[in-house]
Design a binder for this molecule. Structure first.
Ligand code: ACO
Ligand code: OAA
Length: 372
């Protein structure tokens, strides 16, 4: 047996949710470029869960279900208030909250298809409100109840700030949600599938996936990108900063990808949004600095920017706290996790690969008082 480090190139399952072929990303056969330009996030949720775009009635129905299920239990709010609020990362709070939501869902361990779909609706509806409620509580503000007349993108921004967002912000945030919704067998989705393949419950699968997304090699990179941009500070500092990092063989966050070779097709949409929004907010330097970093990295390494690179300056321009960037990724990606979880249950087999053992062999047990 020979191990493949990081399972690179291993095909671990079949899936009809999304695909990456020759650097082209599709959700159930629809090109991401088309969806990014045209689709609402609610349509994409439906698409990922049903593998077809909804008609008007189906779209209205899923919107209604999501709106009706968005309110989170008071116990989750009360739990947040017990945290050492200034030191808890919102991704850790989200991970704990999803586990907690499972405790208050009477159907948490009911394993039939309809019950699992109802849980998917509840999780998709509630995750954004968990994030915005935590974000407000840690600032000493009261959580805001989601409105039933707003889209998911608008409701997120509204329940975060208390202000009804403008059309530009809603459009940008909706596009970001569409672009992050699913991505074949990425690390967090694989984690979710491994978890539920033991026939564990949906809440456990999503909790596990949040844990995997949190790391800086995966979803956590978007926050790390903003930290890097803030450290660079001004465009003219980018060259020495990046060259020093590359010379020290340090990773530049937001670059590289396990699957894409020519580039991440999502990045161009986020780059365009970054340009537009940073100009509108009067802070074009975040876009200019990002462009300079891209030029410096790509001229020295075959490492194009990934989805996390330009999303950082997009979210910053929307006035969002930097440590909420990865939770926002989760608010979108939970749609993909849930699609994969439901698909896994549909045709389940335990996921249990092998390890190539490289430890010591033929050891002889020695009583503790005779060991050196
Ligand atoms: C939503 C997402 O999850 S997108 C990815 C988000 N993560 C990041 O942006 C973090 C930065 N990027 C990386 O760490 C990697 O490119 C990953 C994790 C995305 C992909 O990793 P892998 O496929 O395992 O590639 P691996 O880490 O082995 O890198 C291969 C080589 O490229 C280099 N490399 C890869 N990414 C980077 C980077 N961002 N900056 C500098 N060098 C890099 C590695 O140092 C390694 O060089 P070596 O062969 O000389 O040792
Ligand atoms: O697919 C991956 O490895 C990481 C990624 O881009 C994503 O999850 O969106």
């Amino acid at each position: 047996m020979t191990a493949t480090r990081g399972l690179e190139g291993i095909v671990a399952t079949t899936s009809s949710v999304s695909s990456i072929i020759d650097d082209t990303l599709t959700y159930a056969g629809y090109n991401i470029d088309d969806l990014a330009e045209n689709a609402s996030f609610e349509e994409v949720v439906y698409l990922l869960w049903h593998r077809k775009l909804p008609n008007t009635d189906q779209l209205n129905e899923i919107k209604k279900q999501l709106a009706e299920n968005a309110k989170i239990p008071q116990q989750v709010i009360d739990h947040f208030r017990t945290y050492p609020i200034n030191s808890v990362h919102p991704m850790a709070a989200l991970r704990t909250a999803v586990s907690l939501l499972g405790l208050f869902d009477e159907e948490a361990d009911v394993m039939d298809t309809e019950a699992n779909y109802r849980k998917a609706i509840r999780l998709q509806a509630q995750l954004p409100i968990v994030v915005t409620s935590f974000a407000r509580i840690r600032k000493g503000l009261e959580p805001i109840e989601p409105r039933t007349d707003l889209t998911m993108a608008a409701n997120f921004l509204y329940t975060l700030s208390g202000q009804e967002p403008d059309e530009v912000a809603i459009e940008a945030f909706n596009k970001a949600l569409v672009l992050h919704a699913d991505h074949e067998l990425n690390a967090s989705t694989f984690t979710a599938r491994v978890c539920v393949a033991t026939l564990s419950d949906v809440y456990s699968g999503v909790t596990a996936a949040i844990g995997a997304l949190k790391g800086p090699l995966h979803g956590g990179a978007n926050e790390a990108v903003m930290k890097m941009l803030a450290e660079i500070g001004e465009v003219e500092n980018a060259e020495s900063y990046i060259n020093e990092k590359l010379a020290n063989k340090e990773k530049i966050m937001g670059f590289g990808h396990r699957v894409y070779r020519q580039g991440d097709p999502r990045a161009k949409h986020l780059r365009a949004m970054s340009e537009k929004l940073t100009k509108l907010t009067g802070e074009p330097k975040w876009y200019e600095m990002s462009m300079k970093v891209e030029e410096l990295v790509t001229s020295q390494k075959p490492l194009p920017p990934n989805v996390d690179f330009y999303s950082a300056s997009v979210y910053h321009s929307l006035g969002i706290d930097h440590d909420l960037f990865t939770p926002i990724f989760a608010v979108s990606r939970v749609s993909g996790w849930l699609a994969h979880i439901l698909e896994q249950y549909d045709n389940n087999r335990l996921i249990r690969p092998r390890a190539d053992y490289v430890g010591p062999d033929k050891q002889v047990y020695v009583p503790v008082d005779q060991r050196s």
